[in-house]
Ligand binder design. Structure first.
Ligand code: MG
Length: 170
């Protein structure tokens, strides 16, 4: 039988990696607020934060975070083989695998996350602007899409939970 990594271990590592790479829960919650405040009257940062934390309990989200950040860090340390090293280090626009990994997060609460993800990826508000600044020396080729995707998924969750009972959502 295949051995599975314990859920708690993955969540702890995913949260630690986000923090190590300079992304706070509040940074992602702010993106959720940016996406949803126009649709929900009296939306609070607490509610945004809560939904981000719920998204981070999902195994597919944890795996996407861990995989993407690992590749970013390896590229930063120049430890990948060419031509992948150059592709990820320079965030080559035709690569596209970073977006594919992000989609496994976006779809956790259904396909309405896709619209939010596309929108936020174009606008690049808040933390996304910083992650896309290539002058810092960091490689965030995967992380920017992952953070946008978590915000998009949290927005979908928020939209669903305001329509149906909270407990049906996850
Ligand atoms: Mg990217």
């Amino acid at each position: 039988m295949k051995k599975h990594v314990k859920q708690g271990v993955l969540e702890k590592q995913a949260r630690q990696l986000l923090e190590d790479r300079g992304v706070k829960i509040d940074d992602i919650a702010e993106l959720v607020y940016y996406l949803q405040s126009g649709y929900h009257q009296e939306l609070s940062m607490d509610e945004c934060r809560y939904n981000v934390n719920r998204v981070l309990t999902k195994r597919e989200v944890q795996n996407a975070v861990i995989t993407g950040i690992e590749l970013d860090v390896l590229a930063e340390k120049k430890l990948l083989s060419e031509p992948l090293q150059e592709t990820i280090a320079t965030d080559e626009s035709l690569y596209g695998v970073d977006e594919i990994i992000a989609l496994s997060i976006v779809n956790v609460y259904g396909s309405i996350g896709l619209t939010n993800y596309g929108y936020i990826d174009k606008q690049k508000p808040g933390i996304l602007k910083r992650l896309n600044d290539k002058s810092t020396g960091y490689v965030h080729t995967f992380l920017d899409d992952i953070v946008g995707a978590i915000a998009a998924a949290a927005s979908s969750r928020l939209a669903h939970s305001s329509e149906v009972h909270e407990e049906i959502v996850d």
